[in-house]
Design a protein around this ligand. Structure first.
Ligand SMILES: O[C@H]1[C@H](O)[C@@H](O)[C@H](O)[C@@H](O)[C@H]1O
Ligand SMILES: [Fe+2]
Length: 285
């Protein structure tokens, strides 16, 4: 039977913002763009709000706030130590990168105020957007594609961890919780605040000890870093840094915690990506 075009039902996808017709190679329509430091970026998210607005009224806001409440109560210094040790064994399952991307078709991230779509879309959109901005940096396209693969920790074959132990912004443990952390008020119920050793600005860390020596809340970033590193990835160390710390938002704000970074490390890693990629791999350690 020949089916006429008029018989075909095309599923129309709701896009609640003005598109300016730009469609990336991956086939994703883009909302209206604004230019920031030479890069084009959308002005608003799919819900019509500015990005990373944790207070804008919406159903999504409630889910995200509840996520951070539970996350801030349960991420403790001892919990992170235990998880790092357990997951560094990499004794779960073997698969290709694309098989792993496909697993994220099942995963929605409760911590993200800007997105409630399956995570595979986020991987592809990130990789395509970076390919557009940095067409010659193929390592960065790959880094973008794999940066969130650690979210498979939510699935049964990886231990089915709860959302609070997998997603969301990350923050240091073993020192005072910085006021700038999203929904900071929920740390009042975190057991670590009763440990006086953890309650000063630098806590258990020596000034300039280096970020890699700081215990950072456990989740998909550190897990994917361990997977890439221990599988002997050939990606440059800048890629490993991006994977490991892409949710560490304190890093981009001028906060006192950066005092724990070694000064040379601070200079190199605090630069925007386009300056960083100009550094040779061995300079980036
Ligand atoms: O909600 C998001 C999400 O979990 C991202 O994967 C993470 O990297 C961000 O830091 C966080 O804000
Ligand atoms: Fe992430």
């Amino acid at each position: 039977m020949v089916v006429g075009v008029e018989d075909i039902q095309v599923e129309s996808k709701k896009i609640p913002f003005d598109t300016n017709e730009l469609v990336l190679d991956g086939g994703f329509p883009m909302p209206k763009m604004e230019t920031h430091e030479g890069f084009e970026a959308p002005e608003i998210n799919a819900f019509g709000h500015t990005f990373r607005d944790y207070d804008a009224e919406s159903e999504r806001q409630k889910t995200v706030e509840e996520f951070y409440r539970v996350n801030h109560i349960n991420q403790t210094y001892d919990f992170v130590k235990e998880m790092r040790e357990k997951y560094a064994k990499l004794d779960r399952i073997e698969m290709s990168i694309w098989e792993c991307c496909e697993l994220l078709n099942e995963v929605v991230d409760d911590s993200d105020p800007d997105l409630d779509e399956p995570q595979i879309e986020h991987l592809l959109q990130t990789a395509e957007a970076i390919r557009k901005d940095y067409p010659n940096e193929d390592w960065l396209h790959l880094t973008a594609l794999i940066h969130d693969l650690g979210k498979v920790l939510l699935l049964p074959s990886f231990g089915e961890l709860p959302q609070w132990a997998v997603v969301g912004d990350t923050f240091p443990l073993g020192c005072a919780f910085d006021q700038s952390i999203v929904h900071h008020k929920y740390f009042k119920d975190n057991p670590d605040i009763h440990n006086p050793a953890y309650n000063t600005k630098n806590g258990i860390y020596e000034e300039g000890c280096g970020l890699e020596n700081v215990v950072v809340s456990w989740g998909h970033d550190d897990y994917m870093y361990l997977v890439a590193k221990q599988n002997g990835t050939t990606l440059p160390s800048a890629a490993l840094f991006v994977i490991r710390y892409h949710s560490f938002y304190l890093f981009s704000s001028e906060i006192e915690m950066v005092n724990v970074l070694a000064s040379d490390h601070k200079e190199k890693h605090a630069e925007p990506v386009d300056q960083r990629i100009a550094l040779k791999d061995d300079e980036f350690k």
